[in-house]
Design a protein around this ligand. Sequence first.
Ligand code: IVH
Length: 672
Amino acid sequence: MNVNQAKDRIEELSMELEGHNHQYYVLSQPTISDFEFDQLLKELERLEEEFPLLALPNSPTKRVGGDITKKFASVVHDFPMLSLSNTYSKEEIIEWENRLKKIADGEIEFVCELKYDGVAIGIRYVDGVFNRAVTRGDGTRGEEVGANVKTIKSIPLQLREGDYPNDFEIRGEIFFPLQRFDALNEQREKDDEPKFANPRNTASGTLKMQDSSVVASRGLDCYLYGLYSKETLKDSHWGSIQAAGDWGFKIPDTNARMVEKMKDIEDIMDFIEYWDEHRHNLPFEIDGVVIKVNDYRQQDELGFTAKSPRWAIAYKFKSEEVTTVLESVTYQVGRTGAVTPVANLTPVLLAGTVVKRASLHNSDQIAELDLRIGDTVYVEKGGEIIPKVTAVDMSKRGLQVQPLEYISHCPECDTLLIRNEGEAKHYCPNDASCPPQIKGKMEHFISRKAMDIDGLGTETIDQLFESGLIKNSADLYHLTRSDLLPLERMAEKSVENMLAGLEASKEVPFERVLFSLGIRYVGETVAKTLARQYGSIEALRIASEEDLVEVDEIGERIAESVVEFFSREDNSKIVQSLMSSGLRFDIPEEERNQGTDILKGQAFVISGVFERHSRDELKSLIEQNGGKNTSSISSKTSYVLAGEGMGPSKKEKAEKLKVPIISESDFEAMLA
Ligand code: IVH
C-alpha cells in the first residue's frame, strides 16, 4: 500500500469506526458485531503503526487509551463554570417561577431535565474536532483531562456534519453507569481490593487517573446539557441540545421523559414527582432535576447572581430515609481483625431495595446515637452502598428497651478485643487463629497478584476451611483428590483444575511467594525489593532490623514487621511446610548472577508488544542490569523501547523530546 492509499484508508476507517461508536454508544443501535468492529479497529491500528504520521489526531484508536498523564495541565475556563442554586422544597420552586415572571418579558417556557450525579466536564471542539476537556476545578480554572475523556465512547472525537460553531464548548456530566460500577466492585472483591463507596466519587477518581487505558476499561459515560460559544448559537436551550444530538452527542431521551419542555408549574411538579418515584429504574444515579428557562433571550434578561444563573434551579431529592426497628446488633470481624458492628433491622423498603442490615461503624457511634435494642431508628441511604442508622426516634422508645453494651471479646474466637489509642475501631489481636483472619490470609495467598492459583477462589477457601481440611495456606499443598472429591460442588474436573493450579503455583517466583505470605506492610513492591536484596528466605529470615533499614526504601515500620513475622513459631512452621512442598523461596543462581550495571543511570519506557520477550521480562532485564523502568516519556527518559503497536502519540512525544526509540534487537545488542 502506498502512502496515498494508506491516507485514504486511514481516513475511511476512522470515519467508519466513529460512525459505529455513535450507533452503539449514543444511539444504542449497533449495526455490526463486536468482532467486525474489532477487525476494523485492528486494521486501523496496523496502518497507523506502519504510517504513524498519517494517524489522525483524534483517531478511534485513541479510545482504548494508553496515554499517560503525570500531571494534568491547569486551564482557565473560557466561560466560568458556575453552579446551580439548589432547593429541596417545592414551594421554593413556585417562588422562583413567580420571581422570574416578574422580571422576564413575555411568557416563559421551561425545560426540565435530570440532574445527573457525576462530575462536570467542559469539552471544547474546534472545527468539529475534539480539542480538550476540562474539569470544573474551582469554577475559574480546571484540569485538562482530555486524554481520559477521549476514552469515553459516547463522546464524539469528530462531529458529524452540522451547523455547529467553529469554536465552542459543550458541558455535561460524566458518570459511572451502575452496571459497570457493580461489576467493577465485584471484580475488586475477587481481587482482594477494597470496594469503591459510590459511583460519583469513583467517576471523579477515574477521570483523574494517570493511565488512560484504565479509564477506558472502566466504561464511564456522559450526558451533555449546555452549549457555550462566542459565536452565534441557536436561540434556545432546547434547540441547542437537540442540535448537539444531531452533531453526534449523547443527549437525554425525550421518549423516556428524560427531558421535557413545559410552560406550567403543574407540569414541572409532575416531572419532579415522576422522577422522584422512578429514579431508581435508571441505569445511572441522579440526585434531582434541573429546571431551566428555555429562551436564550430571556436567559440573558434574567442573568446571574454571583454564583449561579437566575434562569435555572435544581430541585434535589431528599436522601431517602425510613424508620424501622432495631432487632439486634451483631459484630463482624474483618481480615485485619477490625470489628464492625452491624444493625439487624425489621426488613423495610428503602430506595427500591429491601434493607435488613445497616452499618453502625464503631462503638463511639453507637454511644452517640444512644442506641438500644427495640428502638425505632431512622435508616438512610446516602452516597454509600450500605445504608446507615442516622438517629433514634425517641418518641417511640418504650420503658422495656435494653441498653446496648459493646462486646469485649471477639465474637469469632473469644479473644479480648483491643482498641489502640486514637483509633475508632476495636481489633481482635488473635491473627494466628481467629477464623476470619486466617481465612483472610489464605484468600490473600491465592489472590491474583499473589500466588494466583487457578481453580481456587474465595468460596472454595471458605469451604475447605469450614470442613477442617485446611488451617493455613501451607495445608493447601497437602490436599489430595480423595480429600476433595467428597466435598459439595467439587466435581472431578474442578478437583483436577485446583490440583493442577496448586502444582503450577510452585513455579511462582520468590518475590511473589514472599508477597503471598501476607507479612504486614510487605506489599508487592516491598516484596520485590526484599527478594532481590536478600535472594532467599533464609537470608531474609536472619536479617536484623538494622540490616533491613539499610535497604533502599525499607523503613523502620517494615523492618520491625518482617522481624516480628519470622520470630513467630506459627509463621516459621508455615514457611517450612511451604518450602517442603516445593514453592520457590529463593532466586535461582542463574538469575541472580545475570545482573550487571550496564544500564546504570538509564531510564526506559517500554511500549508495544515484542517478538522474543514479554514486557515483564524486558522490565526485569532492565532492572537486573541496573536500569530503571518508568511509565511515561519525559526529558529524563533515556530510551523508548518500542515493539509492535506503539501508540502514535508516544512516538510523537519521543520524537519531540528527541528521546531515542530503540527496537528489541537494539536492546539485546546493548546487553550483549
Ligand atoms: S446546568 C450554571 N444541567 O449540577 C450551571 N447542571 O451545580 C449550569 N448537573 O456540577 C449547569 N445535571 O455538573 C446542569 N442537567 C443538568 C445537570 C447539571 C447535573 C451538575 C453540574 C454541576 C451541578 C450544578
